[in-house]
Design a protein around this ligand. Structure first.
Ligand code: DGJ
Length: 566
């Protein structure tokens, strides 16, 4: 046979094999013990993520320069945008070659992706909708502000916009289902930071008419059925308005901008819930949203997008968009711990799709994963590696070249090695995290039979803190045995169960996790564990003065077995 014929036959065989190969299991969310986890290829998956800049994914040549960096940074999942405008530039003509190219790029680099559908709204504004939508204001009504001016925000009360965006989104999901049997794409983020900017609500005719009418019975029924678990802010509003079971928006929620926000939340939720359900009907992948949270300088809704899923409106979103699996925040505020806690509820498991990527970001990742069983973590703008040194690098600052040694790469390497342990202990509820900074240098966590008292790394002689950010993940391997992965932090142990009151270190060692197994390294004793020489002071607080210490340039893993004495 001629070489050409042989090559042709080989290619045909390869094609047949790939067509006949059974598709991989669908990614899904599953409650496993104490945690809701993302299941990929039948196994729990921890997202070591990063989101590229908004328009990075519109250029495949640019993405070719990005993928290898993601691997060097130890990511396993890259969040990339697919904009409505990029795939339906002319009405009814769809071109998904960009999507195919992104999937190929990810596969070549052994990465998974999470596509962000930038359709009707991105940061409140409708900037990623096709030009034919932008240009037809009569067909696609915009939000109107008090005073009547329109802004570049599609009204969520527009049936035409919902129909057009849903059609494009469903085409995209159909295409994905067809071209991604290996499930390179794991989940979908629908839109980005939705809500009205510039006013507390849409003041267009349709919105005004709906606002003057009754709160839909569907929402009233949900509120009644969930009255004991409503967010405290919503419950307070309801109570102040007399806990009515029916009425107009103002009657049910009281007068004021918070009611406008709830009204907008209902309409955004209905729109996005409709899209999600239509997408899931053709390809049932998990779907989440990403919220612009209230900033300290904001005076009211409209300064931040009014109607997004916020702690105040989460119940409205659950009622209006039950098909959406998670409502997630993007968090750049310094009180990351408070913000993430305000979104994490039994009916709203957590993923952090956007946050910082410097050392503070690694601390955030450890906290979200260890304290909130987060599906993972994803710093924004990761293709700009300067952002992995500082949240807002100086313009023109040289980008780091030693990617493998950036805090994020080291933190993700530790998370990678610890993944089986993390997922197992998230399920058992035997994992904790410490998240420390200068303003918050101490934290206690109850785990196993002990309280783990964490402090920022300290000078043993002067007692002064010698680090600005410290973080750790801690696993209770048994009642008196712990594995801790940390950077710039120290921890002592205080028994919290009946018995002898002081915990001493029976045995401690540094080590690594390889293929889910502990590989011991150096023994830890003497200078390695002597946290405090003031033994009298320590004993008065039922402490031994010994503990585990973690320096800079971590995370380092240490394992400790405790004993008790009196
Ligand atoms: C939050 C948005 O969700 C992102 O898409 C991006 O615009 C960042 N802000 C920029 O900091």
């Amino acid at each position: 046979m001629k070489t050409r014929t042989l090559l042709f036959l080989a290619a045909a065989l390869a094609l047949t094999a790939s067509v006949l190969a059974a598709p991989a299991e669908l990614p899904r969310l599953e409650q496993r013990g104490a945690a809701t986890q993302l299941i990929v290829d039948g196994q729990p998956w921890l997202i070591r993520g990063g989101e590229v800049a908004n328009t990075a994914s519109s250029s495949l040549p640019y993405m070719d320069t990005v993928w290898p960096k993601m691997t060097r940074l130890n990511l396993n999942t890259v969040l990339v945008a697919v904009a409505w405008a990029w795939v339906e530039p002319t009405e009814g003509r769809f071109d998904f070659s960009l999507v195919d190219g992104l999937l190929e790029g990810a596969r070549r680099n052994n990465q998974r992706v999470i596509f962000l559908w930038f359709g009707s709204w991105k940061n409140g504004i409708s900037s990623f909708v096709p030009a034919w939508v932008k240009a037809d204001q009569a067909r696609f009504p915009r939000v109107r502000l008090t005073g009547g001016q329109s802004v570049e925000i599609l009204s969520p009360l527009s049936e035409a916009a919902l129909k057009a965006d849903t059609r494009a989104y469903v085409k995209f999901m159909e295409h994905l289902a067809r071209v991604d049997p290996q499930r390179t794409n794991l989940m979908i983020q629908l839109q980005n930071e939705v809500g009205v900017l510039g006013d507390s609500r849409d003041r267009g005719d349709a919105a005004n008419a709906a606002f003057a009418g009754p709160v839909p019975p569907e929402l009233m029924q949900y509120l009644a059925a969930h009255k004991d678990t409503l967010s405290p802010a919503l419950a307070r509003l309801r109570a102040a308005a007399g806990n009515k079971s029916a009425g107009t928006w103002t009657e049910v929620f009281g007068p004021g901008p918070a009611t406008d926000e709830i009204f907008m939340a209902w309409h955004f939720a209905k729109y996005m819930g409709t899209m999600t359900a239509a997408g899931k009907a053709v390809y049932p992948l998990p779907v989440f949203t990403n919220t612009w949270i209230v900033q300290p300088e904001d005076q009211g809704p409209g300064d931040y997008p009014s109607g997004g899923p916020q702690p105040l409106t989460l119940d409205v979103w659950k009622a209006g968009a039950p098909a959406i699996d998670l409502n997630c925040p993007d968090i750049y505020l310094p009180d990351f711990d408070v913000q993430v806690a305000s979104f994490h509820r039994p009916d709203n498991p957590i993923f952090v799709p956007e946050s910082r990527g410097d050392v503070g970001g690694v601390a955030n990742a450890f906290h979200a994963i260890g304290a909130h069983a987060s599906l993972g973590y994803s710093p924004f703008g990761i293709d700009n590696t300067g952002r992995l040194l500082a949240l807002r690098p100086e313009p023109g600052a040289a980008a780091p070249t030693d990617l493998e040694n950036l805090p994020l790469a080291r933190g993700y390497a530790a998370l990678r090695d610890l993944t089986p342990l993390i997922l197992e202990h998230q399920q058992k509820g035997t994992i904790g995290a410490a998240w420390l900074k200068t303003e918050q240098p101490r934290q206690e966590i109850a785990l196993g039979d002990h309280t783990l008292a964490f402090e920022l790394r300290k000078n043993r002689r002067t007692g002064k803190f010698t680090a600005e950010v410290g973080y750790a993940l801690a696993f209770a391997l048994g009642p008196d045995e712990f594995l801790v992965a940390g950077t710039d932090i120290q921890v002592t142990f205080v028994p919290r169960t009946p018995g002898a009151p002081i915990a001493g270190i029976a045995d401690a060692e540094a080590g690594t996790m390889t293929d889910g197994r502990w590989v011991p390294g150096r023994k830890m004793s003497g200078d390695d564990i002597l946290v405090d020489y003031s033994l009298g002071k320590a004993a008065a607080a039922n402490q031994s003065g010994s503990g585990l210490m973690f320096g800079p340039n971590g995370p380092v893993l240490q394992r400790v077995k405790l004993y008790r004495y009196r």
